[in-house]
Design a protein around this ligand. Structure first.
Ligand code: MG
Length: 303
């Protein structure tokens, strides 16, 4: 076995990436309770909301109120997704200290998702991150479709490496590589990280994998072998795939923690409390948990 890290940092994206792809919209009270339960379970990085159009993304309406009412724990970092300078203004007004910016490797995906070309998107993000930096905010980058695009098919690893380097150059402390359609297999992930790390140090990368094809946890394991130690995950496996109705969403945080616990890798997360939270939020959303670990969990289970 390749040498494994002793600690992995998990970025919980359920309150944003998860909720925005669910059929039911949670109110701000429920979203605040979710944030508090996640922090109590030991999660230290949480993507809490998004300053996007409430018409396009109804689940993220009220993010300003959420961030104003949030009782911030000093040991937890809360981030919000920001698409443009208007979003940045709103994030600053609401007291955000960290933002996430996003773009895609595929031209068609970029045009459909953000209504602009990749080049225009990078210009827009450069302006956002310049201002964010001047305001002392931390900026995290997301790159979508790093393995495949629902419109264009397979994506070239060199294009991913090039865009990752540009996002780091803009001032992102970390770039999260998103397999948005969940189509990648562990071999794809290894090949991709090999290419990207010819341009960007591995400690600036995070893995953002989806379970659409059941590969989420296996892909995390592959990335771990390549030296990646930061992973995005969503409690309960919240968030379907917008291109595959009814499909699983982000890799479930509890599935990831269970796997890492099995390898003796510390995450600082209490899996029993996390599973309670997964059950609670799935109840609020009136849907079953997508996580196998949550479905299998019993008091006597290995933790
Ligand atoms: Mg996702």
């Amino acid at each position: 076995m390749a040498s494994l890290p002793t600690h992995v940092r998990i970025v919980e994206v359920g309150p944003r990436d998860g909720l925005q792809n669910e059929a039911r919209v949670l109110d701000v009270d429920d979203r605040l309770e979710l944030l508090s339960r996640l922090a109590d379970a030991g999660i230290r990085d949480i993507e809490a909301g998004a300053f996007v159009s409430p018409t396009r993304v109804p689940a993220m309406a009220g993010s300003a109120e959420l961030m104003r009412r949030l009782v911030r724990r000093t040991d937890v970092r809360y981030a919000c997704l920001v698409p443009n300078e208007t979003g940045l203004d709103r994030a600053l007004e609401a007291g955000c200290r960290e933002i996430a910016i996003f773009t895609a490797v595929s031209e068609t995906f970029s045009r459909r998702n953000t209504a602009c070309s990749i080049g225009e998107s990078l210009q827009r993000l450069a302006a956002v991150s310049r201002r964010a930096d001047a305001e002392g905010l931390r900026v995290r980058g997301y790159l979508s479709c790093v393995i495949g695009c629902p419109y264009e098919g397979p994506v070239a690893g060199r294009a991913v490496a090039d865009m990752t380097e540009q996002l780091i150059g803009m001032g992102c402390y970390e770039v999260s590589l998103g397999d948005t359609t969940g189509i990648g297999t562990p071999a794809d992930i290894e090949r991709l990280i090999e290419i990207v790390t010819t341009r960007v140090p591995v400690d600036r990368l995070a893995g953002h994998f989806h379970d659409t094809w059941g590969m989420g946890v296996a892909n995390v394991w592959a990335a771990l072998q390549c030296g990646v130690t930061v992973f995005d995950a969503s409690v309960g496996g919240l968030g379907g795939c917008p291109f595959a109705p009814g499909a699983s969403g982000n890799v479930a945080t509890e599935d990831l923690v269970y796997m890492l616990n099995g390898a003796g890798i510390d995450t600082g997360i209490d899996i029993a409390r996390l599973i309670d939270t997964a059950r609670w939020v799935c109840g609020r959303l009136d849907r079953p948990a997508a996580s196998k670990v949550t479905l299998a969990w019993r008091a006597c289970a290995r933790a």
